[in-house]
Ligand binder design. Structure first.
Ligand code: ATP
Length: 378
């Protein structure tokens, strides 16, 4: 089987690979308030690393310390092996693209992109050829003479990106780069960003509170909560193997069943859960004490809805369909279990004219495979 893209180039799995950015025990205090708390991270050349977290978790502050706009209260940052202590922003091999894009309104697209190169006093021919190349890469050829107000939000975003990249930074920091775009344009631009990044080989660090954006863009995601990095992993690892209730609930939708460990074996655990109204069987071991309180998490798309009672005795419960939302590609069902808990189930709408479609107030069984849930202990 072919490896997934993230596995094909995964320098973080190579013990000999040198990180391009090394963040060692970085803390930032504003007075008594700790905005970033003892964060250590290695980021490798060519990654799109997403810092993901809710409002106020410290992600922008961490980005600003990388750019040199804030000084850490403790800890060290190395870029390409060089300590950034005392290095001002303009001497770092870093460019930062701000949320607001900050384009010059009176300048054309071309002049906006050329601005930084003119300041560096590069020869005119070189500026012209680099600007033309870059506008081609971000697909803005033909719009060179327009001013920002004559562009759509997505086009303005690409001008800002071209302006950041034309100086060929080794590291580009992007703060909520796609926040101003509508959903469709955002998706489209996300894929473009990945293509551009792959073509130019720049390392991107992207701050976002949007988990879908992080999942689409990132080689790896660092999930932040209250100043801490709580998990680092590929989008697949973060979604399928979250390490805590916080990460499980922050990324995507999930059904959580609180329970206690009954049987704890290296390759499986069984859990008794009043919330499910029956036993759970999870096909992986857990390092938790017997009787420990745990949560089994099951994603909505991994649950099966049926009229028939499943033959196995674990991971199943009966209930009544209370809500159905038709989303086109899939439908979302809210099922009130006999235990009193409501679960969310997503089923793909594979067939257009399905016979025997489930509907409101139908009695159903909800079940899932033993490999479909994960257990978290905190
Ligand atoms: P958002 O998504 O809302 O931008 P964020 O995760 O980027 O959030 P930060 O901007 O890093 O959050 O801020 C982290 C915390 O530090 C917040 O509680 C914020 O109020 C506080 N903070 C940030 N800058 C300062 C400052 N200069 N002085 C005092 N507190 C600050």
């Amino acid at each position: 089987m072919a490896a997934r893209p993230e596995e094909r180039k995964a320098p973080w799995l190579d013990a000999k690979a040198q990180p391009y950015i090394r963040i060692e025990g970085i803390t930032k205090k504003f007075g008594e308030f700790v905005a970033v708390n003892d964060v250590s991270l290695n980021i490798y050349r060519g990654e799109i690393f997403c810092l993901l977290g809710g409002s106020g978790c410290g992600k922008t502050t961490l980005l600003r310390m990388l750019a040199g706009f804030e000084q850490p209260s403790a800890g060290r940052i190395f870029i390409d092996g060089v300590s950034m202590e005392g290095v001002p922003p303009y001497e770092r091999p870093v460019n930062m693209m701000f949320q607001s894009y900050a384009l010059f309104p009176h300048m054309t697209v071309e002049q906006n992109v050329a601005f930084g190169l003119k300041q560096e006093k590069l020869p005119r021919e070189e500026i012209e050829s680099r600007v033309a190349d870059m506008l081609g890469i971000v697909k803005l050829g033909g719009m060179e003479k327009r001013k920002p107000h004559q562009l759509s939000g997505g086009q303005r975003q690409r001008v800002a990106l071209a302006r950041s990249l034309v100086k060929r930074p080794k590291l580009l920091l992007l703060d909520e780069p796609l926040g101003a775009l509508d959903k469709k344009l955002r998706e489209h631009t996300q894929f473009e960003l990945v293509n551009i990044q792959e073509r130019l080989g720049v390392t991107f660090i992207v701050v976002t509170h949007d988990q879908e954006e992080a999942m689409t863009l990132a080689s790896r995601i660092g999930v932040m909560n209250q100043g801490y990095i709580v998990q680092v992993g590929t989008p697949h690892e973060i979604y399928e193997f979250p390490n805590s209730r916080f990460v499980t609930e922050f990324i995507g939708n999930v059904n959580m069943f609180e329970g206690r460990i009954v049987e704890d074996e290296p390759d499986h655990v069984t859990i008794s859960s009043d919330e499910l109204g029956g036993p759970l069987y999870v096909g992986h071991g857990v390092s938790a004490a017997p009787e420990a309180q745990v949560w089994a998490a099951v994603r909505p798309e991994k649950m099966i809805l049926s009229r028939e009672q499943p033959s196995f005795e674990y991971n199943r419960a009966s209930g009544v369909i209370k809500e159905i939302a038709y989303m086109g590609d899939a439908s979302i069902y809210l099922v009130l279990l006999d235990s009193g808990k409501t679960v969310r189930i997503t089923q793909p709408n594979t067939y257009r004219h399905a016979d025997d479609r489930l509907t409101w107030d139908d009695r159903v069984w909800v079940s899932w495979d033993e490999s479909s849930s994960v257990v978290v202990t905190e």
